[in-house]
Design a protein around this ligand. Structure first.
Ligand code: F6R
Length: 243
């Protein structure tokens, strides 16, 4: 079941997302958050930082799990998701490093890392999962064709996804990793509440596929049609195909 919120611009999209985040933070003693990287949640993270600084909201009892990480670059690479999350959120709030979970993309035995991460996830219940959506309908790095019952696994990134993300790698697709470790679709579906943030015309087809398309692995985000608490927060461009 989707609750669809359409607002005028990215600032308002981030405010709507923050309202839900604040409710989650206030309604649990030990909140567990599922977090995404990429451009879409950055405005939300800025609002969380401003709220921490302005209102003293503390993250000392918060636990986080990130969706994914590139394989083949070191943890401290400037484009790793580990670095992204520390720069855009963690270094600016009072979260404890030991409560942060991000899959490792630089382990020798990546299969063992997938199992370790999924087991860790299963010890927790995510109260709020933040998602962006890829132009090909991916969530996390679950690319088209990923089975709906997938758990944490190694994904081959689509050419389209690598092209979309080249903007973070000096516009050079050759620098964008070809593989990633990602929570699976079944792992994501275990979250109690989910928000999807999408803006811009280039997301309109993917948003349509998620909300109104066939429920099929060709659009991985369409699995969310089966979740009972998903809020999709859009600007008019991203919502333009919903009619
Ligand atoms: C990031 C992630 C991806 C992104 C998606 C959209 O952790 O899992 O699914 O959410 O690629 O990326 P942006 O927001 O950069 O358009």
């Amino acid at each position: 079941m989707f609750n669809i919120v359409i607002v005028d611009d990215y600032g308002l999209v981030s405010s709507e997302a923050f309202k839900i985040m604040r409710n989650t933070l206030q309604s649990s003693e030990h909140p567990v958050l599922g977090l995404a990287t990429g451009s879409s949640p950055v405005g939300l993270y800025k609002k969380m930082i401003a709220d921490h600084n302005g209102n003293g909201t503390s993250y000392k009892k918060v636990t986080t799990f990130n969706l994914d990480e590139y394989i083949g670059i070191e943890r401290n690479h400037e484009q790793s998701y580990y670095t992204f999350m520390h720069e855009n959120l963690f270094d600016q709030i009072d979260i404890r490093e030991e409560n942060i979970h991000i899959p490792h993309g630089d382990r020798e035995d990546m299969q063992a890392e997938c199992i370790r991460y999924e087991n860790e996830l299963k010890k927790h219940e995510i109260d709020l999962q933040v998602l962006g959506i890829g132009t090909d309908g991916h969530i996390g790095f679950n690319e088209p064709g990923t089975p709906f019952d997938s758990e944490t696994h190694i994904a081959d990134l689509e050419e389209q996804t690598r092209r979309d993300n080249a903007r973070f790698f000096e516009d050079d697709i050759n620098q964008v990793p070809r593989k990633a470790i990602t929570m699976g679709l079944a792992s994501i579906m275990r979250a109690k509440k989910i928000i999807v943030i999408a803006t811009g015309e280039n997301k309109a087809n993917a948003v349509y596929g998620m909300v109104k398309g066939a429920k099929d692995p060709s659009c991985p985000a369409s699995i969310l049609q089966d979740h009972d608490d998903v809020t999709v927060i859009l600007d008019h461009a991203a919502a333009s195909r919903l009619g």
